[in-house]
Design a protein around this ligand. Structure first.
Ligand SMILES: *[C@@H]1O[C@H](CO)[C@@H](O)[C@H](O)[C@H]1NC(C)=O
Ligand SMILES: *[C@@H]1O[C@H](CO)[C@@H](O)[C@H](O)[C@H]1NC(C)=O
Ligand SMILES: *[C@@H]1O[C@H](CO)[C@@H](O)[C@H](O)[C@H]1NC(C)=O
Length: 307
């Protein structure tokens, strides 16, 4: 088997702006040929063997825990009662999930982070831990723009909610873009038992609550996760799911809902709470500790891990 790192070095030659066109015809053309990859691996971790992160949108902790479906989900795992987003607005909170820093991004506008800046993807690849991100309604793997619903014109998939697309180290690499996929591909990978060991999930602008409400986001989360938690292709072995929000409202403390779910949660901990102070930098720290990846030298170094 060719190590993932070597494959990337060989194929990482594409221009970083190759998939930015958002016209309908250009998107259809690119979708027909865009490379899609579904790597798998089986690197044993200290406390889990699969890691799934899901961001919902723009809700304070107190509002989210008042939602019946989100409080139900928390009761199926560990509710983190002292978990904070990093900043406002959305985009830097997503960027932080991959790079353990906001890397100077303070807005939702198109941003690029220079190619020498590493992310969790570099650490995962160095240890052979497979990864993918799944973004609902992204029109094809590796697409770098924004996408509206073609029938209604509503905002649908947005780049600012993609944790990897601002990093040139991802967008300059065809093999990495090929692992930035949509929910069609999630279902394909699930059904083929080809889900990776590390993934980040972003529902569309309706389902994540951004253009709707926490009620919609809560319903979506429960509805989407319930069958997956009894699907061995997703939750077999030791799977850790963290369901959280990118940020709270701008008037609050930025404390957000966060729940740990999945088969990696010890039975004795189901239905408990954890009051340790965590934030989005804990996302990278937890993964680094689990697979012995080292660190990014950013805020991951001092962040608290979930286990
Ligand atoms: C999802 O991505 C795949 C791979 O690029 C593409 O073939 C498919 O049309 C996309 N699905 C949707 C609903 O856009
Ligand atoms: C988001 O996805 C749901 C299905 O999961 C769909 O009903 C909804 O129309 C989508 N939102 C947009 C803006 O297309
Ligand atoms: C969400 O909670 C409400 C109120 O308890 C319930 O009626 C509904 O079925 C739940 N939604 C899902 C998807 O389980």
């Amino acid at each position: 088997m060719i190590p993932a790192v070597l494959l990337c070095a060989v194929a990482g030659v594409a221009a970083q702006t190759q998939y930015t066109s958002t016209g309908t015809a250009a998107v259809a053309k690119a979708a027909a040929t865009a490379l899609t990859l579904s790597p798998t691996s089986n690197v044993a971790g200290a406390t889990f063997d699969r890691y799934v992160q899901i961001y919902l949108e723009n809700t304070d902790y107190s509002m989210a825990i008042g939602d019946p479906n989100l409080s139900y989900l928390a009761s199926q795992g560990i509710l983190l009662t002292n978990y904070f987003a990093i900043t406002h607005p959305s985009q830097p909170n997503y960027v932080a999930a991959a790079g353990a820093s906001t890397h100077g991004i303070t807005s939702d506008s198109f941003s690029r982070i220079t190619a020498s800046v590493t992310t969790i993807v570099d650490l995962l690849e160095a240890k052979g831990v497979s990864w993918s991100i799944y973004q609902e309604d992204m029109p094809y793997s590796g697409f770098e723009g924004n996408w509206i619903n073609q029938k209604t014109g509503a905002n649908d998939y947005v780049r600012k909610h993609n944790p990897l697309m601002s990093y040139d180290s991802i967008t300059s690499n065809t093999n990495r873009l090929a692992k930035c996929k949509n929910f069609t591909m999630f279902n394909t990978d699930l059904n083929n038992n080809q889900l990776p060991q590390w993934m980040f999930i972003t529902p569309n602008m309706t389902n994540d609550g951004h253009d709707t409400s926490v009620t919609t986001a809560g319903k979506w989360a429960r509805n989407w996760l319930t069958p997956l938690l009894s699907n061995t292709n997703f939750n077999g072995g030791r799977t850790l799911v963290i369901l959280t929000f990118d940020e709270g409202t701008t008037t609050g403390t930025n404390q957000v809902y966060a729940a740990l779910l999945g088969s990696a949660v010890p039975a004795a901990k189901v239905g408990t709470t954890d009051g340790t102070m965590y934030n989005h930098y804990s996302l990278t720290k937890t993964v680094e500790d689990n697979w012995g990846l080292g660190n990014l030298g950013q805020n991951d170094v001092s962040a608290a891990a979930f286990f």
